[in-house]
Design a protein. Sequence first.
Length: 532
Amino acid sequence: MNARQITRDFSVSPQITPEELSSIAAQGFRAIICNRPDGEAENQPNATTMRDAAEQAGLGFVYVPVPTRDVSASDARKMADALASLPGPVLAYCGSGARAEAVWNAAQALRASPKSQALKMHDVVIVGGGSAGIATAASLLKRRAGLDIALIEPADVHYYQPGWTLVGAGVFQPQSTCRPMSQVMPEGVQWIKTAAAGFAPDENRVILADGSDISYRVLIVATGIRLAWETIPGLAETLGRNGVTSNYRFDLAPYTNRLTSELKSGRAIFTQPPMPIKCAGAPQKAMYLSCDRWLKAGALKNISVEFDNAGAVLFGVAAYVPALMSYIERYNIQLNFETKLVKVDGEARVASFERKGANGPEIVERAFDMLHAVPPQVAPDCVRTSPLAAANGFAAVDEATLQHPAFPNVFALGDACSASNAKTAAAARQQAPVVAVNVLAQLEGKPLQAAYTGYGSCPLTVEHGRIVLAEFGYGGKLMPTFPTWLLDGTKPTRAAWFLKDRLLPSIYWQGMLKGREWLARPQPLNTPAQPR
Protein backbone atom coordinates (compact mmCIF):
# COMPACT_ATOMS: atom_id res chain seq x y z
CA MET A 1 0.00 0.00 0.00
CA ASN A 2 1.29 3.48 -0.93
CA ALA A 3 -0.68 5.71 1.46
CA ARG A 4 -0.16 9.46 1.78
CA GLN A 5 -1.07 11.19 5.03
CA ILE A 6 -3.17 14.35 4.74
CA THR A 7 -3.85 14.85 8.46
CA ARG A 8 -3.25 12.77 11.55
CA ASP A 9 -6.67 11.17 11.09
CA PHE A 10 -6.93 11.01 7.30
CA SER A 11 -4.82 9.48 4.53
CA VAL A 12 -5.35 8.68 0.87
CA SER A 13 -4.16 5.82 -1.28
CA PRO A 14 -4.35 4.37 -4.78
CA GLN A 15 -6.48 1.25 -5.27
CA ILE A 16 -6.08 -1.28 -2.46
CA THR A 17 -6.97 -4.97 -2.43
CA PRO A 18 -9.00 -7.06 0.05
CA GLU A 19 -5.80 -8.90 1.02
CA GLU A 20 -4.18 -5.66 2.21
CA LEU A 21 -6.91 -4.73 4.68
CA SER A 22 -5.54 -6.76 7.61
CA SER A 23 -2.18 -5.04 7.23
CA ILE A 24 -3.94 -1.65 6.97
CA ALA A 25 -5.77 -2.35 10.23
CA ALA A 26 -2.45 -3.33 11.84
CA GLN A 27 -1.02 0.07 10.85
CA GLY A 28 -3.67 1.72 13.04
CA PHE A 29 -6.37 2.65 10.53
CA ARG A 30 -9.91 2.13 11.80
CA ALA A 31 -12.02 2.82 8.71
CA ILE A 32 -11.97 2.77 4.92
CA ILE A 33 -13.74 5.07 2.41
CA CYS A 34 -13.94 3.92 -1.19
CA ASN A 35 -14.10 6.91 -3.58
CA ARG A 36 -13.63 4.82 -6.72
CA PRO A 37 -16.78 3.86 -8.66
CA ASP A 38 -17.15 0.17 -9.40
CA GLY A 39 -16.07 -0.99 -12.85
CA GLU A 40 -13.45 1.67 -13.60
CA ALA A 41 -10.69 -0.84 -14.26
CA GLU A 42 -10.37 -4.51 -15.11
CA ASN A 43 -9.96 -6.79 -12.06
CA GLN A 44 -10.82 -3.90 -9.72
CA PRO A 45 -12.48 -5.32 -6.57
CA ASN A 46 -15.98 -3.93 -6.21
CA ALA A 47 -17.26 -2.07 -3.17
CA THR A 48 -19.22 -5.03 -1.84
CA THR A 49 -16.12 -7.24 -1.83
CA MET A 50 -14.11 -4.52 -0.12
CA ARG A 51 -16.82 -3.93 2.47
CA ASP A 52 -16.90 -7.62 3.40
CA ALA A 53 -13.11 -7.78 3.68
CA ALA A 54 -13.01 -4.56 5.74
CA GLU A 55 -15.56 -5.91 8.20
CA GLN A 56 -13.53 -9.11 8.59
CA ALA A 57 -10.48 -6.96 9.36
CA GLY A 58 -12.46 -4.97 11.93
CA LEU A 59 -12.56 -1.82 9.84
CA GLY A 60 -15.49 0.49 9.17
CA PHE A 61 -16.35 0.97 5.49
CA VAL A 62 -18.32 3.57 3.48
CA TYR A 63 -18.72 3.71 -0.30
CA VAL A 64 -18.73 7.29 -1.71
CA PRO A 65 -18.02 6.89 -5.44
CA VAL A 66 -16.75 10.04 -7.18
CA PRO A 67 -16.28 9.76 -10.97
CA THR A 68 -13.94 12.78 -11.43
CA ARG A 69 -11.97 15.35 -9.44
CA ASP A 70 -14.74 17.84 -10.29
CA VAL A 71 -16.51 17.08 -7.02
CA SER A 72 -20.26 17.68 -6.91
CA ALA A 73 -21.97 19.29 -3.94
CA SER A 74 -23.82 16.06 -3.26
CA ASP A 75 -20.57 14.05 -3.19
CA ALA A 76 -18.99 16.56 -0.81
CA ARG A 77 -21.87 16.26 1.60
CA LYS A 78 -21.81 12.43 1.44
CA MET A 79 -18.09 12.49 2.18
CA ALA A 80 -18.64 14.86 5.08
CA ASP A 81 -21.33 12.58 6.47
CA ALA A 82 -19.05 9.54 6.09
CA LEU A 83 -16.18 11.23 7.89
CA ALA A 84 -18.51 12.28 10.69
CA SER A 85 -19.79 8.72 11.14
CA LEU A 86 -16.50 6.79 11.00
CA PRO A 87 -13.80 6.35 13.66
CA GLY A 88 -10.37 7.64 12.73
CA PRO A 89 -7.78 7.35 11.41
CA VAL A 90 -9.50 6.90 8.02
CA LEU A 91 -7.93 5.70 4.78
CA ALA A 92 -9.71 6.76 1.57
CA TYR A 93 -8.79 5.31 -1.79
CA CYS A 94 -9.56 5.73 -5.50
CA GLY A 95 -7.54 5.04 -8.65
CA SER A 96 -4.58 7.20 -7.69
CA GLY A 97 -5.61 8.90 -4.44
CA ALA A 98 -6.17 12.30 -6.11
CA ARG A 99 -9.97 12.11 -6.17
CA ALA A 100 -10.05 10.94 -2.57
CA GLU A 101 -8.09 14.02 -1.57
CA ALA A 102 -10.27 16.31 -3.70
CA VAL A 103 -13.52 15.06 -2.18
CA TRP A 104 -11.99 15.27 1.31
CA ASN A 105 -11.09 18.92 0.66
CA ALA A 106 -14.65 19.63 -0.45
CA ALA A 107 -16.03 17.87 2.62
CA GLN A 108 -13.73 19.83 4.91
CA ALA A 109 -15.01 23.10 3.45
CA LEU A 110 -18.56 22.03 4.21
CA ARG A 111 -17.78 20.89 7.73
CA ALA A 112 -15.68 23.97 8.59
CA SER A 113 -18.26 26.54 7.54
CA PRO A 114 -20.69 27.62 10.26
CA LYS A 115 -23.06 28.61 7.46
CA SER A 116 -23.57 24.97 6.61
CA GLN A 117 -25.33 24.38 9.90
CA ALA A 118 -28.99 25.20 10.53
CA LEU A 119 -29.26 27.60 7.59
CA LYS A 120 -32.20 29.92 7.29
CA MET A 121 -34.46 29.00 4.40
CA HIS A 122 -35.14 31.97 2.11
CA ASP A 123 -38.38 32.32 0.20
CA VAL A 124 -36.44 32.81 -3.02
CA VAL A 125 -32.78 32.29 -3.89
CA ILE A 126 -31.56 33.75 -7.20
CA VAL A 127 -28.23 32.59 -8.58
CA GLY A 128 -26.72 35.26 -10.81
CA GLY A 129 -26.64 39.05 -10.70
CA GLY A 130 -26.70 39.71 -14.44
CA SER A 131 -29.61 41.13 -16.41
CA ALA A 132 -31.93 38.20 -15.76
CA GLY A 133 -31.24 37.82 -12.06
CA ILE A 134 -31.50 41.51 -11.12
CA ALA A 135 -34.59 42.07 -13.27
CA THR A 136 -36.38 39.07 -11.76
CA ALA A 137 -35.59 40.17 -8.20
CA ALA A 138 -36.93 43.65 -8.99
CA SER A 139 -40.08 42.25 -10.61
CA LEU A 140 -40.74 40.02 -7.61
CA LEU A 141 -40.38 42.90 -5.16
CA LYS A 142 -42.64 45.13 -7.26
CA ARG A 143 -45.34 42.51 -6.80
CA ARG A 144 -44.59 41.58 -3.18
CA ALA A 145 -42.59 44.07 -1.13
CA GLY A 146 -40.70 42.45 1.71
CA LEU A 147 -40.33 39.06 0.03
CA ASP A 148 -37.29 37.25 1.47
CA ILE A 149 -34.89 37.09 -1.49
CA ALA A 150 -31.21 36.15 -1.44
CA LEU A 151 -29.14 36.76 -4.57
CA ILE A 152 -25.83 34.96 -5.12
CA GLU A 153 -23.34 36.98 -7.20
CA PRO A 154 -19.56 37.39 -6.68
CA ALA A 155 -18.98 40.31 -9.08
CA ASP A 156 -18.55 43.91 -7.96
CA VAL A 157 -19.60 45.37 -11.33
CA HIS A 158 -22.76 44.97 -13.41
CA TYR A 159 -22.43 45.38 -17.19
CA TYR A 160 -24.84 46.51 -19.90
CA GLN A 161 -23.42 44.08 -22.43
CA PRO A 162 -25.57 45.14 -25.43
CA GLY A 163 -23.66 48.43 -25.33
CA TRP A 164 -20.32 46.81 -26.10
CA THR A 165 -21.12 46.68 -29.82
CA LEU A 166 -21.32 50.47 -29.82
CA VAL A 167 -18.19 50.78 -27.67
CA GLY A 168 -16.39 48.80 -30.37
CA ALA A 169 -17.69 51.27 -32.94
CA GLY A 170 -16.63 54.34 -30.97
CA VAL A 171 -20.23 55.41 -30.30
CA PHE A 172 -20.41 54.63 -26.56
CA GLN A 173 -17.73 55.14 -23.93
CA PRO A 174 -16.91 51.94 -21.98
CA GLN A 175 -17.81 53.57 -18.67
CA SER A 176 -21.41 54.07 -19.81
CA THR A 177 -21.90 50.29 -19.95
CA CYS A 178 -21.09 49.48 -16.34
CA ARG A 179 -22.18 50.36 -12.81
CA PRO A 180 -21.27 49.07 -9.35
CA MET A 181 -23.28 45.98 -8.48
CA SER A 182 -24.34 47.68 -5.26
CA GLN A 183 -26.16 50.35 -7.28
CA VAL A 184 -28.30 47.90 -9.25
CA MET A 185 -29.03 45.40 -6.46
CA PRO A 186 -32.72 45.91 -5.54
CA GLU A 187 -33.28 47.30 -2.09
CA GLY A 188 -34.27 44.57 0.35
CA VAL A 189 -32.42 41.76 -1.44
CA GLN A 190 -29.76 39.95 0.61
CA TRP A 191 -26.65 39.99 -1.59
CA ILE A 192 -24.47 36.92 -1.01
CA LYS A 193 -21.17 37.95 -2.55
CA THR A 194 -19.75 34.60 -3.63
CA ALA A 195 -20.21 32.15 -6.47
CA ALA A 196 -22.44 29.09 -6.65
CA ALA A 197 -20.50 25.84 -6.91
CA GLY A 198 -23.37 23.39 -7.30
CA PHE A 199 -27.00 22.54 -6.68
CA ALA A 200 -28.74 19.94 -4.52
CA PRO A 201 -32.36 20.38 -5.66
CA ASP A 202 -33.56 17.28 -3.82
CA GLU A 203 -32.60 19.07 -0.62
CA ASN A 204 -33.50 22.64 -1.73
CA ARG A 205 -29.90 23.76 -1.32
CA VAL A 206 -27.35 25.76 -3.33
CA ILE A 207 -23.70 24.91 -2.59
CA LEU A 208 -21.49 27.98 -2.49
CA ALA A 209 -17.86 28.29 -3.55
CA ASP A 210 -16.72 28.71 0.05
CA GLY A 211 -18.18 25.30 0.93
CA SER A 212 -21.24 26.67 2.70
CA ASP A 213 -24.77 26.27 1.43
CA ILE A 214 -28.02 28.19 1.33
CA SER A 215 -31.58 26.86 1.44
CA TYR A 216 -34.64 28.00 -0.47
CA ARG A 217 -38.33 27.50 -1.00
CA VAL A 218 -37.96 28.50 -4.66
CA LEU A 219 -34.76 28.66 -6.69
CA ILE A 220 -34.19 30.87 -9.75
CA VAL A 221 -31.19 29.98 -11.91
CA ALA A 222 -29.84 33.01 -13.80
CA THR A 223 -26.15 32.14 -14.01
CA GLY A 224 -25.73 33.27 -17.61
CA ILE A 225 -23.48 31.57 -20.14
CA ARG A 226 -19.73 30.89 -20.04
CA LEU A 227 -17.44 32.15 -22.80
CA ALA A 228 -15.13 29.20 -23.49
CA TRP A 229 -12.11 31.10 -24.83
CA GLU A 230 -9.83 28.22 -23.86
CA THR A 231 -11.41 25.85 -26.40
CA ILE A 232 -9.65 27.66 -29.26
CA PRO A 233 -5.89 27.12 -28.82
CA GLY A 234 -3.92 30.35 -28.88
CA LEU A 235 -6.93 32.67 -28.69
CA ALA A 236 -6.91 33.61 -25.01
CA GLU A 237 -3.16 34.33 -25.06
CA THR A 238 -3.37 36.85 -27.90
CA LEU A 239 -6.59 38.71 -27.08
CA GLY A 240 -6.04 42.44 -26.90
CA ARG A 241 -2.88 42.39 -29.02
CA ASN A 242 -1.61 41.25 -32.43
CA GLY A 243 -4.81 42.57 -34.00
CA VAL A 244 -7.04 40.08 -32.14
CA THR A 245 -10.11 41.46 -30.41
CA SER A 246 -13.70 40.72 -29.41
CA ASN A 247 -16.70 42.84 -28.46
CA TYR A 248 -17.75 40.00 -26.17
CA ARG A 249 -15.47 41.39 -23.44
CA PHE A 250 -15.71 44.80 -21.78
CA ASP A 251 -11.96 45.38 -21.80
CA LEU A 252 -11.58 44.39 -25.46
CA ALA A 253 -14.35 46.45 -27.09
CA PRO A 254 -12.17 49.61 -26.99
CA TYR A 255 -9.45 47.63 -28.78
CA THR A 256 -11.97 46.84 -31.53
CA ASN A 257 -12.56 50.57 -31.90
CA ARG A 258 -8.83 51.23 -32.08
CA LEU A 259 -8.16 48.51 -34.64
CA THR A 260 -11.03 49.60 -36.86
CA SER A 261 -9.98 53.24 -36.79
CA GLU A 262 -6.34 52.43 -37.56
CA LEU A 263 -6.72 49.72 -40.24
CA LYS A 264 -6.16 51.13 -43.73
CA SER A 265 -5.49 47.96 -45.72
CA GLY A 266 -5.15 44.19 -45.34
CA ARG A 267 -7.52 41.42 -44.27
CA ALA A 268 -10.13 41.66 -41.54
CA ILE A 269 -11.74 38.43 -40.37
CA PHE A 270 -14.89 38.20 -38.25
CA THR A 271 -15.95 34.84 -36.78
CA GLN A 272 -19.08 33.26 -35.33
CA PRO A 273 -18.99 29.96 -33.37
CA PRO A 274 -21.64 27.22 -33.29
CA MET A 275 -24.88 28.00 -31.48
CA PRO A 276 -25.92 28.64 -28.80
CA ILE A 277 -24.27 32.00 -28.18
CA LYS A 278 -25.46 35.18 -26.51
CA CYS A 279 -26.85 37.63 -29.08
CA ALA A 280 -26.44 35.65 -32.27
CA GLY A 281 -26.25 38.85 -34.31
CA ALA A 282 -23.39 40.42 -32.36
CA PRO A 283 -20.56 38.86 -34.41
CA GLN A 284 -21.84 40.45 -37.61
CA LYS A 285 -22.82 43.72 -35.92
CA ALA A 286 -19.12 44.36 -35.28
CA MET A 287 -18.38 43.57 -38.91
CA TYR A 288 -21.00 45.90 -40.41
CA LEU A 289 -20.02 48.85 -38.21
CA SER A 290 -16.34 48.33 -39.01
CA CYS A 291 -17.07 48.13 -42.73
CA ASP A 292 -19.20 51.27 -42.58
CA ARG A 293 -16.32 53.17 -40.98
CA TRP A 294 -13.85 51.88 -43.57
CA LEU A 295 -16.24 52.74 -46.40
CA LYS A 296 -16.68 56.32 -45.21
CA ALA A 297 -12.92 56.70 -44.72
CA GLY A 298 -12.23 55.44 -48.24
CA ALA A 299 -10.27 52.45 -46.93
CA LEU A 300 -12.71 49.61 -47.60
CA LYS A 301 -11.48 49.16 -51.18
CA ASN A 302 -8.10 48.20 -49.71
CA ILE A 303 -9.47 45.83 -47.04
CA SER A 304 -10.58 42.25 -47.66
CA VAL A 305 -13.38 41.39 -45.22
CA GLU A 306 -14.40 37.82 -44.38
CA PHE A 307 -17.19 36.45 -42.22
CA ASP A 308 -16.41 32.91 -41.12
CA ASN A 309 -19.61 31.46 -39.66
CA ALA A 310 -19.79 27.98 -38.14
CA GLY A 311 -23.49 27.93 -39.03
CA ALA A 312 -25.12 27.36 -42.41
CA VAL A 313 -27.08 30.61 -42.72
CA LEU A 314 -26.41 34.32 -42.23
CA PHE A 315 -29.26 34.75 -39.74
CA GLY A 316 -31.68 32.21 -38.31
CA VAL A 317 -34.87 34.09 -39.19
CA ALA A 318 -35.23 34.31 -42.97
CA ALA A 319 -37.28 37.53 -43.03
CA TYR A 320 -34.23 39.57 -42.04
CA VAL A 321 -31.72 37.98 -44.41
CA PRO A 322 -32.49 40.09 -47.56
CA ALA A 323 -31.67 43.35 -45.76
CA LEU A 324 -28.50 41.85 -44.31
CA MET A 325 -27.42 40.47 -47.67
CA SER A 326 -27.73 43.93 -49.21
CA TYR A 327 -25.05 45.08 -46.77
CA ILE A 328 -22.91 42.00 -47.38
CA GLU A 329 -22.89 43.06 -51.02
CA ARG A 330 -22.38 46.77 -50.26
CA TYR A 331 -19.27 46.00 -48.19
CA ASN A 332 -18.10 43.20 -50.52
CA ILE A 333 -17.85 40.74 -47.63
CA GLN A 334 -16.76 37.18 -48.35
CA LEU A 335 -19.17 34.78 -46.63
CA ASN A 336 -17.78 31.43 -45.50
CA PHE A 337 -20.48 29.22 -43.97
CA GLU A 338 -19.84 26.04 -41.96
CA THR A 339 -16.37 27.39 -41.22
CA LYS A 340 -15.26 27.25 -37.58
CA LEU A 341 -12.30 29.00 -35.95
CA VAL A 342 -10.15 26.31 -34.29
CA LYS A 343 -6.75 27.93 -33.63
CA VAL A 344 -5.07 31.34 -33.52
CA ASP A 345 -1.36 32.11 -33.89
CA GLY A 346 -1.30 35.71 -32.74
CA GLU A 347 2.41 36.35 -33.27
CA ALA A 348 2.20 35.12 -36.87
CA ARG A 349 -1.28 36.66 -37.34
CA VAL A 350 -2.68 33.43 -38.74
CA ALA A 351 -6.10 31.95 -37.97
CA SER A 352 -6.94 28.29 -38.61
CA PHE A 353 -10.44 27.19 -39.56
CA GLU A 354 -12.18 23.85 -39.89
CA ARG A 355 -14.56 23.70 -42.84
CA LYS A 356 -16.40 21.13 -44.89
CA GLY A 357 -14.36 19.66 -47.71
CA ALA A 358 -15.10 17.23 -50.50
CA ASN A 359 -13.60 14.39 -48.46
CA GLY A 360 -14.65 15.55 -45.02
CA PRO A 361 -13.47 18.29 -42.66
CA GLU A 362 -10.36 20.16 -43.68
CA ILE A 363 -8.19 22.80 -42.02
CA VAL A 364 -7.45 26.07 -43.79
CA GLU A 365 -5.18 28.86 -42.58
CA ARG A 366 -5.83 32.53 -43.19
CA ALA A 367 -3.48 35.42 -42.50
CA PHE A 368 -5.13 38.47 -40.94
CA ASP A 369 -4.46 42.05 -39.99
CA MET A 370 -7.51 42.20 -37.74
CA LEU A 371 -9.40 39.29 -36.20
CA HIS A 372 -12.69 39.79 -34.34
CA ALA A 373 -13.12 36.42 -32.64
CA VAL A 374 -16.20 35.10 -30.85
CA PRO A 375 -15.59 32.05 -28.64
CA PRO A 376 -17.79 28.96 -28.25
CA GLN A 377 -20.20 29.37 -25.35
CA VAL A 378 -21.36 26.77 -22.85
CA ALA A 379 -23.39 26.41 -19.69
CA PRO A 380 -21.54 27.32 -16.47
CA ASP A 381 -19.99 24.28 -14.81
CA CYS A 382 -22.15 24.56 -11.70
CA VAL A 383 -25.25 24.09 -13.86
CA ARG A 384 -23.83 21.68 -16.44
CA THR A 385 -22.75 19.13 -13.84
CA SER A 386 -25.89 19.43 -11.70
CA PRO A 387 -29.21 17.54 -11.63
CA LEU A 388 -30.80 20.68 -13.11
CA ALA A 389 -29.07 20.34 -16.47
CA ALA A 390 -30.81 19.44 -19.71
CA ALA A 391 -28.99 17.44 -22.38
CA ASN A 392 -27.33 20.63 -23.69
CA GLY A 393 -25.96 21.47 -20.24
CA PHE A 394 -28.22 24.45 -19.58
CA ALA A 395 -30.91 24.44 -16.90
CA ALA A 396 -33.92 22.48 -18.15
CA VAL A 397 -37.19 24.43 -18.34
CA ASP A 398 -40.68 24.28 -19.72
CA GLU A 399 -40.51 26.71 -22.66
CA ALA A 400 -43.68 28.55 -21.63
CA THR A 401 -43.54 28.67 -17.82
CA LEU A 402 -39.71 28.50 -17.43
CA GLN A 403 -40.26 25.98 -14.62
CA HIS A 404 -37.92 23.00 -14.29
CA PRO A 405 -39.65 19.79 -15.46
CA ALA A 406 -38.35 17.66 -12.57
CA PHE A 407 -38.16 20.18 -9.72
CA PRO A 408 -41.30 22.34 -9.57
CA ASN A 409 -39.77 24.86 -7.18
CA VAL A 410 -36.92 25.64 -9.60
CA PHE A 411 -37.10 28.17 -12.44
CA ALA A 412 -34.46 29.38 -14.87
CA LEU A 413 -34.20 32.24 -17.34
CA GLY A 414 -31.80 34.29 -19.41
CA ASP A 415 -28.75 32.73 -21.02
CA ALA A 416 -28.68 29.98 -18.37
CA CYS A 417 -31.89 28.22 -19.41
CA SER A 418 -32.37 25.56 -22.07
CA ALA A 419 -35.33 27.22 -23.83
CA SER A 420 -34.88 27.45 -27.61
CA ASN A 421 -35.25 31.24 -27.78
CA ALA A 422 -32.40 33.53 -28.81
CA LYS A 423 -30.16 34.39 -25.87
CA THR A 424 -30.52 38.18 -25.72
CA ALA A 425 -31.09 40.85 -23.08
CA ALA A 426 -34.48 41.49 -24.68
CA ALA A 427 -35.42 37.86 -24.02
CA ALA A 428 -34.45 38.21 -20.35
CA ARG A 429 -36.52 41.41 -20.17
CA GLN A 430 -39.58 39.44 -21.27
CA GLN A 431 -38.78 36.38 -19.17
CA ALA A 432 -38.26 38.15 -15.83
CA PRO A 433 -41.94 39.14 -15.30
CA VAL A 434 -43.06 35.64 -16.34
CA VAL A 435 -40.77 34.03 -13.77
CA ALA A 436 -41.81 36.55 -11.11
CA VAL A 437 -45.52 35.79 -11.60
CA ASN A 438 -44.96 32.04 -11.66
CA VAL A 439 -42.62 32.01 -8.65
CA LEU A 440 -45.22 33.79 -6.53
CA ALA A 441 -47.84 31.28 -7.67
CA GLN A 442 -45.51 28.44 -6.73
CA LEU A 443 -44.90 29.93 -3.29
CA GLU A 444 -48.65 30.17 -2.75
CA GLY A 445 -49.33 26.64 -3.99
CA LYS A 446 -51.39 27.95 -6.91
CA PRO A 447 -51.31 26.97 -10.60
CA LEU A 448 -48.74 28.84 -12.69
CA GLN A 449 -50.22 31.81 -14.47
CA ALA A 450 -47.78 33.36 -16.97
CA ALA A 451 -46.25 32.24 -20.25
CA TYR A 452 -43.14 33.28 -22.14
CA THR A 453 -43.63 33.42 -25.92
CA GLY A 454 -39.98 33.01 -26.90
CA TYR A 455 -39.59 36.71 -27.70
CA GLY A 456 -36.13 37.99 -28.38
CA SER A 457 -34.73 41.03 -30.14
CA CYS A 458 -31.51 41.60 -32.03
CA PRO A 459 -30.87 45.17 -33.24
CA LEU A 460 -28.52 44.48 -36.17
CA THR A 461 -26.34 47.56 -36.57
CA VAL A 462 -25.78 47.43 -40.33
CA GLU A 463 -24.28 50.95 -40.53
CA HIS A 464 -23.80 53.95 -38.27
CA GLY A 465 -27.30 55.41 -37.94
CA ARG A 466 -29.32 52.45 -39.27
CA ILE A 467 -30.45 49.17 -37.74
CA VAL A 468 -32.37 46.12 -38.88
CA LEU A 469 -34.49 45.46 -35.78
CA ALA A 470 -35.02 41.69 -35.66
CA GLU A 471 -37.81 40.72 -33.23
CA PHE A 472 -39.02 37.14 -33.16
CA GLY A 473 -40.27 34.35 -30.93
CA TYR A 474 -40.24 30.57 -30.84
CA GLY A 475 -39.92 28.98 -34.27
CA GLY A 476 -38.78 32.25 -35.82
CA LYS A 477 -42.24 33.82 -35.63
CA LEU A 478 -41.99 37.56 -36.22
CA MET A 479 -43.04 39.52 -33.15
CA PRO A 480 -42.63 43.24 -33.93
CA THR A 481 -43.22 45.67 -31.08
CA PHE A 482 -44.21 48.55 -33.37
CA PRO A 483 -46.50 48.72 -36.42
CA THR A 484 -44.63 48.56 -39.72
CA TRP A 485 -45.71 52.09 -40.67
CA LEU A 486 -43.76 53.32 -37.65
CA LEU A 487 -40.82 50.91 -37.74
CA ASP A 488 -40.39 48.09 -40.25
CA GLY A 489 -37.92 45.76 -38.58
CA THR A 490 -37.10 43.88 -41.77
CA LYS A 491 -35.50 47.02 -43.24
CA PRO A 492 -32.66 49.23 -42.01
CA THR A 493 -34.14 52.29 -40.25
CA ARG A 494 -32.94 55.35 -38.37
CA ALA A 495 -35.79 54.87 -35.90
CA ALA A 496 -34.31 51.55 -34.79
CA TRP A 497 -30.90 53.19 -34.36
CA PHE A 498 -32.47 55.88 -32.18
CA LEU A 499 -34.09 53.10 -30.13
CA LYS A 500 -30.77 51.31 -29.50
CA ASP A 501 -28.60 54.40 -29.16
CA ARG A 502 -30.86 56.60 -27.03
CA LEU A 503 -33.75 54.64 -25.54
CA LEU A 504 -32.63 51.09 -24.76
CA PRO A 505 -29.89 52.02 -22.26
CA SER A 506 -32.43 53.98 -20.18
CA ILE A 507 -35.01 51.22 -20.53
CA TYR A 508 -32.36 48.81 -19.22
CA TRP A 509 -30.99 50.79 -16.27
CA GLN A 510 -34.18 52.61 -15.22
CA GLY A 511 -36.80 50.14 -16.37
CA MET A 512 -35.76 46.48 -16.58
CA LEU A 513 -33.43 46.52 -13.55
CA LYS A 514 -35.97 48.48 -11.48
CA GLY A 515 -38.88 46.11 -12.08
CA ARG A 516 -40.62 48.51 -14.47
CA GLU A 517 -41.95 46.18 -17.15
CA TRP A 518 -42.24 48.56 -20.08
CA LEU A 519 -43.31 46.59 -23.17
CA ALA A 520 -42.79 43.39 -21.18
CA ARG A 521 -46.25 42.48 -19.90
CA PRO A 522 -46.36 38.71 -19.21
CA GLN A 523 -48.82 36.70 -21.28
CA PRO A 524 -51.45 34.60 -19.46
CA LEU A 525 -50.70 30.89 -19.64
CA ASN A 526 -52.59 28.89 -22.29
CA THR A 527 -53.89 31.94 -24.15
CA PRO A 528 -52.87 33.26 -27.56
CA ALA A 529 -50.11 35.87 -27.56
CA GLN A 530 -51.42 39.41 -27.34
CA PRO A 531 -49.73 42.62 -28.52
CA ARG A 532 -47.24 43.78 -25.91
